[in-house]
Design a protein around this ligand. Structure first.
Ligand code: GCO
Length: 255
């Protein structure tokens, strides 16, 4: 009985920004738990490659290329899902960019772009998914936060503000959509081995700082987030909402 709680057979999950990195790891985890996954990104070629690789593993994979900062495109995609009878049961708002620059040198346009992609997109895609989930009386929304949802690091202000907003957007979604049968939660990844962090991983001082700050003394691997994603996407978390779960090697919990 207990393992069935984590079975996603018959469910469809849309994961934004999922042709690589954390999003790809979420997609593989959810597919491995039985879900049909819809991969998203802006590169048709990269999506096709990712879908081919996942189908070779026996996973049920669709692709949907759209820019999460393009509201008209998002609305059109969900209308296409409606027309094709595709019900998004699980939404993982993962798409995000990083932009590292001190605020005194930061252009407003760069600030805005990070907020558009890392925060506003989660609201827009979330709203379009929740409209349909509410009609069915059930749904799972998983927003991707960060250690910077709680703590600031110099030179990543727009990312930090966006991820702090993700934490509170998650609670706002829980507040408004709980009565509609939708659970809204977030995952807070620690310092993970991803392309976005390549500049940090290849910096010996930063690498040493991370390993000194993390109780587990190492960076995390994207696949180490899959279990938390499966939990929040499954019936195992049907009475959990408004929470952010940190998968960070213990980093957020220690000085
Ligand atoms: C940075 C990193 C962080 C991590 C992650 C930590 O520049 O400090 O990109 O933002 O990627 O978000 O949770």
């Amino acid at each position: 009985m207990s393992l069935k709680l984590f079975d996603l057979t018959g469910k469809t999950a849309l994961i934004t920004g999922s042709s690589r990195g954390l999003g790809r790891a979420f997609a593989e985890g959810l597919a491995g738990a039985g879900a049909r996954v819809i991969l998203n990104g802006v590169s048709v070629d990269r999506l096709a490659q990712a879908a081919q690789e996942m189908r070779a593993q026996g996973f049920d994979v669709l692709t949907s290329a759209f820019d999460v900062a393009d509201e008209a495109a998002i609305k059109a995609v969900f209308e296409q899902f409606d027309a094709e009878g595709i019900a998004v049961d699980i939404l993982v708002n993962n798409a995000g960019i990083q932009f590292r620059k001190p605020m005194l040198e930061l252009e407003t346009a760069d600030w805005q772009r990070v907020l558009d992609i890392n925060l506003t997109a989660a609201f827009v895609v979330g709203r379009e998914a929740a409209k349909r989930m509410a009609e069915r009386g059930r749904g799972k929304i998983i927003n991707i936060g960060s250690l910077t949802s709680e703590l600031a690091r110099a030179t990543v202000a727009p990312y930090t503000v966006a991820k702090g907003g993700i934490k509170m957007l998650t609670k706002a979604m829980a507040a408004e959509w709980g009565e509609k049968g939708i659970q809204s939660n977030a995952i807070g990844p620690g310092y993970m081995v991803t392309d976005m962090n390549e500049a940090l991983l290849s910096n010996p001082e930063f690498d040493a700082w991370v390993k000194g700050r993390v109780p587990m003394r190492r960076w995390g691997q994207p696949e180490e987030l899959a279990g938390t994603c499966i939990y929040l996407a499954s019936d195992a978390s049907n009475y959990v909402s408004g929470q952010i779960i940190y998968a960070d090697g213990g980093m957020i919990s220690v000085l």
